[in-house]
Ligand binder design. Structure first.
Ligand code: SAH
Length: 262
């Protein structure tokens, strides 16, 4: 039977995932703890990616080489770069770019040398299923205005709307990754100008996408917007991960595995 990898970027998210895998078994490889279990009958292996592109690439490689996974699902949080991606929204990736890859003038900026491209697309079917699961989870009011108010944040921060005028949305599009926590308005604006398609910025997805592409393993990823990658990003991020992000990931994955078991 096929095995699916569930990769979380942060500890609270992994903890919420592990709550669904009561009979799980653990194995340590390359200093990472891989947890093997079943989610609605589907064999899964859950692991923390760790932070940054290299750590995430190592994790993805071990998942494929040692655990023989047939698909990789990534959940985490990200900074919203596009005005569309507001705190509390979910972005499902259709493709990834490394925003800090620049071997110019030898290669065009963002192009991964010797790959002949900058964009690494996610798997279409898996991505559609993940987006559907995210829609289903959000439709249950997983993160409504009341929850955001509780942690002292505003839904649709920066959109000019108050919390109760906006409900969380699911977007699908480009996510950019780099080894930098983007925490100034200036850098976020620079990224938006350089990569106008980008919805969100994080630190691991493009690396996992590249490894999965190398091995021909289907990959899909979702990120909950925890901050606007601006001057408030640090404070927003910490509050959000602690109180909210873990609920999102586990609920969306639960919908995902429920759909698959039907
Ligand atoms: N000290 C933190 C470090 C987290 S780094 C800790 O508690 O571990 C931020 C993580 O969230 C990364 O995994 C990254 O993928 C994602 N992320 C969220 N907002 C981001 C932003 N504005 N810029 C870059 N990555 C962001």
């Amino acid at each position: 039977m096929s095995r699916i990898a569930v990769v979380s970027a942060m500890h609270p998210e992994l903890a919420a995932v592990l709550a669904w895998l009561p009979e799980a078994q653990k194995q340590t490889v390359a200093g990472r703890e891989f947890v093997l279990g079943r989610w609605h009958g589907q064999e899964v292996v859950a692991v923390l990616s760790r932070i940054g592109k290299v750590a995430a690439a190592t994790t993805a490689t071990v998942l494929i080489e040692r655990f023989d996974v047939q698909a990789v699902l990534f959940t985490g949080v990200a900074g919203g770069v596009s005005p569309l991606a507001q705190v509390g929204d979910v972005v499902v990736a259709s493709a990834f770019v490394q925003h800090d890859m620049d071997a110019s003038p030898l290669f065009p900026i963002y192009e991964v040398p010797l790959y002949g491209r900058s964009h690494f697309a996610t798997d279409t079917a898996l991505t559609a299923a993940l987006a559907q699961a995210a829609q289903a989870a959000l439709a249950q009011g997983l993160l409504d205005a009341a929850v955001l108010a509780d942690i002292g944040m505003h839904a649709g921060k920066g959109s000019g709307k108050t919390a109760d005028q906006r409900t969380a949305q699911v977007h699908q599009g480009l996510i950019i990754s780099g080894d930098r926590f983007v925490s100034t308005r200036m850098e976020s604006q620079r990224l938006q100008q350089a990569l106008p398609q980008a919805l969100a910025v994080e630190m691991e997805g493009a690396a996992v996408a590249q490894v999965c592409s190398d091995y021909g393993v289907p990959f899909a990823a979702m990120r909950t917007i925890s901050d606007r990658a601006d001057d408030d990003a640090h404070a927003d991020f910490l509050k959000f991960v602690d109180r909210v992000a873990s609920r999102y990931s586990a609920a969306i994955l639960d919908h995902f595995f429920t759909q698959r078991s039907r």
